[in-house]
Design a protein around this ligand. Structure first.
Ligand SMILES: [Zn+2]
Length: 289
């Protein structure tokens, strides 16, 4: 594979960068050959193995004159592929400031970072956005999604893109127009959650027990593996809102790990009981703020 890094020097937006690489590559090959791409973009070595204390490492300098990637395989090879893409993101996004003396050292929590906060978080978020954009390009992904949200899509995507189900669920939530959230749990205890813009804040924290009124709780209690259908769920079990409807679907694996997809039906403008007062504006009254 032949790629030229010079086209990417000025791109600071992670999704644009991933797209530019795909444009230069031409025809889309799935799963995306991330190691070949890294090597073609001046990474001298990609080494995978079982390491302690970090998920991924990029050995480099601020000028990016050298680059070598280490990726931990303890979480499986699919996660390692994401890690390689994440480290390649730090390498190509040259405004990223080194996080250790010898380059970037990224922990498991960094590879889940989705907040745009302090510089470190922001850099990790951007490396993750680049990684998912490179491994699961939107054009291919959107064509594979069903007409309605379904966790089974995530499993099909993870085979096609060769990335973890977890990464696929997050990508699916991000891409779909419906208000969606996902809650990851183990043996009935919340690990973490993710949501898109349309879904209200989820009132659960790491370590909380799943509410007993939910289907997700019953799935853990029964120790059944596989997918459930969507069923209606009490909205207050997940959020502080009682004016919405929530539907939940869970996939549990035999290891006790589960992910629950939440789909909210929030009242739209058509559902409001009162017509907006057409005279508000003319009377100079303040509108809705
Ligand atoms: Zn990182």
């Amino acid at each position: 594979m032949k790629l030229d890094r010079i086209d990417f020097f000025d791109i600071r937006q992670p999704d644009r960068l991933a797209k530019a690489i795909h444009t230069q590559m031409g025809d889309l090959v799935l799963p995306v050959p991330v190691e070949d791409i890294a090597t073609a973009l001046d990474i001298s070595e990609v080494r995978t193995g079982s390491f302690d204390g970090f998920e991924g490492m990029l050995l480099t300098d601020q000028a990016r004159s050298i680059g070598a990637i280490l990726a931990n395989t303890r979480g499986g090879f699919r996660r390692a592929r994401f890690t390689i893409a994440h480290e390649l993101g730090h390498f190509l996004l040259e405004h990223h400031v080194l996080s250790s003396e010898a380059g970037f050292r990224c922990r498991a929590q960094d590879l889940k970072e989705t907040r745009e906060g302090r510089r470190h978080q922001k850099q990790e978020t951007q490396a993750n956005q680049f990684a998912i954009g490179l491994l699961a390009p939107v054009k291919a992904l959107d064509e594979m999604l069903s007409s309605e949200p379904d966790l089974q899509d995530a499993v099909r995507l993870c085979v096609a893109f060769d990335i973890s189900v977890e990464a696929c669920v997050r990508r699916m939530i991000e891409r779909r127009p419906e208000p969606l959230a996902a809650v990851w749990s183990k043996d009935g205890q919340v690990r973490y959650w993710d949501k898109n813009n349309g879904f209200p804040f989820v009132q659960l924290r790491k370590g909380d027990r799943l509410p007993q009124t939910t289907q997700a709780f019953r799935v853990h209690a029964s120790s059944k593996s596989g997918f459930t259908d969507f069923s209606e769920s009490p909205p207050m079990a997940w959020t502080s809102r009682d004016d919405i409807e929530i539907f939940e679907q869970t996939r549990r694996s035999p290891s006790g790990h589960a992910v629950t997809l939440l789909w909210a039906d929030t009242p739209g403008p058509d559902d409001l009981d009162e017509e907006p007062d057409p005279y508000h504006r003319e009377l100079g009254e303040p509108g809705f703020r």
